[in-house]
Design a protein around this ligand. Structure first.
Ligand code: ATP
Ligand code: MG
Length: 142
């Protein structure tokens, strides 16, 4: 099934100048980038984005990190895009991520782990709409 998912290149990756390599990695896959922009989230915007994690021990730290510098937000589209992108990212902890995945290659800690990906169709819809209007997403035409 063709799906959309929300991907973020996090501030650690932009800071260490590997966003180009992450974009290249996506371009070499079967996923299509249908929207992309650079943003800097406020702390409140990061808290709204990660609202499902409110109350967890890492909530304050991760939202401070996500608002610490620019991010690149993207919509990725393709067959089973949600699972496919999470497979390409690797596990949350870069030390446990499979070799060849983005987090294994460029991640530095369980928090500074380079990329984000939606985890289910409902969260993908919420997250895509959090950052993009319909007009900003490229349609299905090649
Ligand atoms: P993401 O939602 O960013 O794609 P994920 O789904 O693999 O990552 P989540 O459990 O949703 O992981 O956690 C969201 C983010 O919070 C993680 O990507 C990471 O940056 C941070 N995080 C998660 N667990 C921890 C932890 N134990 N300590 C510090 N930061 C954490
Ligand atoms: Mg998550």
């Amino acid at each position: 099934m063709t799906q959309q998912t929300l991907a973020i290149i996090k501030p650690d990756a932009v800071g260490k100048k590997c966003m180009g390599e992450v974009v290249r990695f996506i371009e070499q896959s079967d996923l299509r980038i249908t929207a992309m922009k650079m943003i800097r989230m406020t702390k409140a915007e990061a808290e709204g984005f990660y609202a499902v994690h409110r109350g967890k021990h890492f909530f304050d730290s991760v939202t401070t990190f996500m608002s610490s510098g620019p991010c690149v937000v993207m919509v990725l589209e393709g067959a089973e895009a949600i699972a496919r992108w999470r497979e390409m990212m690797g596990l949350t902890d870069p030390g446990k991520a499979a070799p060849g995945t983005i987090r294994a290659k460029w991640g530095s800690s369980i928090e500074k782990n380079v990329v984000h990906g939606s985890d289910a169709p409902e969260t993908a819809l919420f997250e895509v709409r959090y950052f993009f209007s319909e007009m900003e997403i490229i349609g299905g035409k090649e």
